[in-house]
Design a protein around this ligand. Structure first.
Ligand SMILES: Cc1cc2nc3c(=O)[nH]c(=O)nc-3n(C[C@H](O)[C@H](O)[C@H](O)COP(=O)(O)OP(=O)(O)OC[C@H]3O[C@@H](n4cnc5c(N)ncnc54)[C@H](O)[C@@H]3O)c2cc1C
Length: 475
């Protein structure tokens, strides 16, 4: 009996040994990554037997990072190439370092604040709304708050946290980020995109990677526009788009300060005027009118009112000078203002005009207004004629400036113009001309007013592009 048991046991050990060997062999086979070579446009990677679609994202700004997250969440293998040494360089300076990441308003209102090609964004804004963006960041561990004008900011007031949150999402989704890797051109073959060619630019310590080709099933171009080129947005995407057969809508700086002709603006440098009305005329035609806050600079005018105006009058200003009128007392009619001045004059009839008028303006503005007002500042107010007084009233209601041009891209919040949206599918952001090629963010001919709307454009277009590029389609 003991002999039989011993025989069976030894046999059993032998069987276990064989079984273990087979198990290890099979495990190695299954776990081995099999890179199937680039084959007529099909790049397939099998990991544990699962075919993975490969997506390349060009640009690690707002749109690129968001597109990478959603492409990876679709199960694709995602590689993001950013030419800077860090991600989201422009995001750091948005909202004066606080990042106004969206506007907590309904889709219709988002669309109303878009200046170019609003209709194209219908699908994007409805697919990934401002509230979806807020939820996305909350889930990513970055609480948000809504301030005046529905502007949404991180609770921390640090733009840095937006990039951190996106970085966390990318890590969780398995996105591979390649910093200091500038994309030189797209690889285009047989009418579709095959991948990218990396340049040596930005590679600090070695030439490794320079000139190498990376292949993919889909490429998302999220290289931004031309504004604030120090952040890495130097218009490379326009070149890529052109190579792929796309037309580029003429670009110009937008949400940008403006130059003024008059010398006296220099004396007002740094003066901020709240609650003024600005009207801009092209000849006799009124082309812009708004109430709010503006700022004088050494070259001309800036501030929220002026930035918004630039996106409305920028095209006209490129062709000719425009006239701007500032109403310094918009709450009063000319008659009411005249009555007030008359009252001031009556209270101190023997005072010099300069002393009585001083109460009407901030200190910095007084000498300029006295100079432009057409009344001798030393004149006693009881000697001022009715015509002189009414002229001064008109001057206050109508301080005129000549706008000579827009400041350049280095000072522009946004670029107007870009990849023509008629050639892009609005539901997927895929090129209608080059299959597999997607665009997201400021590189597209889309721009909006201040208030978080431009980043909402980046998020929504990136959401569509990432999901579509990462989805398992026909390889
Ligand atoms: C001062 C300032 C303040 C702003 N504040 C706000 C705000 O508060 N709210 C708001 O909604 N909008 C704001 N904006 C606008 C907003 O920042 C942009 O709309 C947004 O950043 C666009 O995102 P994007 O990803 O399309 O482009 P970008 O942010 O410009 O990112 C593009 C990225 O692509 C990289 N890249 C470019 N070419 C290549 C290449 N060849 N290879 C590899 N990488 C490349 C660049 O280095 C860059 O990192 C502000 C803009 C500025 C300049």
């Amino acid at each position: 009996m003991i002999r039989i048991i011993c025989f069976l046991f030894s046999n059993f050990l032998e069987k276990v040994k064989i079984f273990l060997k087979m198990f290890i062999f099979l495990r190695k086979k299954v776990h081995k990554k099999e890179f199937i070579c680039y084959n007529r446009g099909k790049v397939q990677e099998r990991i544990r037997g699962v075919e993975m679609r490969r997506v390349i994202i060009v640009g690690g700004g707002a749109a690129g990072m968001m597109a990478a997250v959603f492409a990876a969440r679709q199960g694709a293998r995602v590689d993001l190439y950013e030419k800077n040494e860090k991600l989201g360089k422009k995001l750091y300076i948005t909202g004066k370092g606080r990042c106004n990441l969206t506007n907590n308003c309904p889709v219709e209102e988002l669309l109303e604040n878009v200046c170019s090609n609003a209709k194209f964004l219908y699908s994007g804004f409805y697919s990934f709304t401002a509230q979806d963006v807020m939820e996305f960041f909350e889930k990513a561990g970055m609480p948000v708050k809504t301030e005046r004008g529905n502007r949404v900011f991180p609770v921390s007031d640090h733009a840095y946290d937006v990039t951190e949150a996106l970085g966390r999402c990318m890590r969780q989704a398995g996105v591979r980020v390649h910093l200091c890797r500038a994309v030189e051109e797209l690889l285009l073959e047989e009418g579709r995109v095959r991948g990218i060619l990396l340049s040596g630019e930005g590679i600090r310590h070695s030439e490794e990677g320079a000139g190498t080709k990376e292949y993919a099933d889909a490429v998302v171009v999220a290289t931004g526009g031309l504004s604030y080129p120090v952040t890495g947005s130097t218009g490379d995407g326009y070149r890529f788009a052109k190579d792929a057969g796309h037309s580029i809508g003429e670009t110009l700086p937008s949400l940008v300060p403006m130059n003024a002709e008059e010398d006296w603006v220099k004396e007002l440098q740094g003066l901020s005027l709240r609650n003024v009305r600005v009207t801009i005329y092209n000849g006799r035609k009124r082309i812009y009118e708004e109430f709010g806050e503006m700022l004088f600079t050494h070259f001309g005018v800036s501030g929220p009112l002026i930035l918004t105006a630039s996106s409305r009058v920028g095209n006209s200003l490129r062709k000719q000078k425009l006239h701007m009128a500032i109403d310094l007392k918009p709450a009063l009619t000319e008659e009411q203002l005249d009555a007030r001045i008359l009252r001031d004059f009556g209270q101190a009839p023997n005072k010099k005009f300069r002393n009585v008028a001083a109460g009407l303006f901030p200190a910095k503005l007084q000498p300029v207004m006295l100079c432009l007002g057409g009344i001798d500042p030393e004149k006693k107010v009881n000697e001022i004629t009715r015509e002189e007084r009414l002229g001064f009233v008109r001057q206050i209601k109508n301080l005129e400036l000549t706008l000579t041009g827009l400041r350049d891209y280095r000072e522009a919040v946004i670029t107007r113009g870009g990849v023509c949206v008629r050639e892009i599918n609005p539901s997927t952001m895929e090129s209608k001309l080059t299959p597999g090629l997607y665009f997201a963010g400021e590189v597209l001919d889309l721009d909006a007013l201040t208030g978080g709307f431009n980043l909402q454009i980046a998020w929504s277009t990136a959401y569509l592009a990432g999901n579509a590029a990462g989805a398992q389609g026909e390889l």
